[in-house]
Design a protein around this ligand. Structure first.
Ligand code: CA
Length: 220
């Protein structure tokens, strides 16, 4: 999924960006409120990771803008502020979760998975298409009952297609999900991921609708 990271601390920002990228997320990183507002106004994100103490203001302003504009994007606040009043203010402003610095990147990953599942209204953590079963909680895919060795990006493509099973997903939508605005994308990157998924999860797993996009069918 595509995540907007709003964090002015370089070391922490790098650690979060790299950790989330390793889980297969596309991370766009901005360092102040102005850039964050610009990004959320022009792009759609699967989730936001929001620091509160920013050089040009309070991160809560970004959260309030989102909610006032009807955006339900899941938001996790990460901050050194640990006073109970700050936590209440964050949740009241519409945050979905709250992590106090320092925190473990793996815990942030788990909380992001939990809040995006809730946002999807998806309490069932297993997605099934034919002989392919994807476990959202464990981030693991089984093919014919056997765990498949997928890279983080292959997993992300499989998850996107399976969440939207039965629907056409365009190459541009997959690119947007997988890559941030600073990433260089090889022109055949998506085709390579699709090719590998077919090899690992069976040739019938993904239908290629020539020039239009890709689709996973429920009935497989
Ligand atoms: Ca800060």
């Amino acid at each position: 999924m595509r995540i907007l990271l709003i964090e002015d601390d370089e070391m922490l920002g790098e650690a979060v960006r790299d950790g989330l990228a390793q889980e297969g997320h596309a991370v766009d990183w901005v360092r102040d409120c102005a850039a964050a507002l610009g990004a959320v106004a022009s792009w759609s994100f699967g989730a936001l990771v929001l620091d509160l103490g920013l050089p040009d203001g309070d991160g809560l302003g970004v959260l309030r803008w989102l909610r006032q504009n009807g955006r339900g994007t899941p938001v996790v606040i990460v901050t050194a502020r640990d006073r109970i009043g700050d936590r209440i203010a964050g949740l009241d402003a519409g945050a979905d979760d709250y992590l106090i610095k320092p925190f473990d990147i793996e815990e942030l990953g788990a909380r992001l998975r939990a809040i995006t599942r809730r946002a999807d209204g998806c309490t069932d953590t297993l997605l099934t298409a034919g002989e392919v079963v994807l476990d959202l909680r464990q981030r693991m895919v089984r093919y014919q009952g056997t765990p498949a060795a997928l890279t983080a990006r292959e997993y992300a493509v499989a998850e996107l297609l399976m969440r939207r099973a039965g629907c056409l997903v365009t190459r541009a939508e997959i690119e947007e999900e997988l890559y941030g605005f600073d990433d260089q994308i090889a022109s055949n990157a998506i085709e390579v991921h699709i090719h590998n998924l077919r090899r690992k999860l069976g040739p019938g797993f993904i239908t290629n609708l020539k020039g239009r996009g890709y689709r996973v069918d429920n009935a497989g």
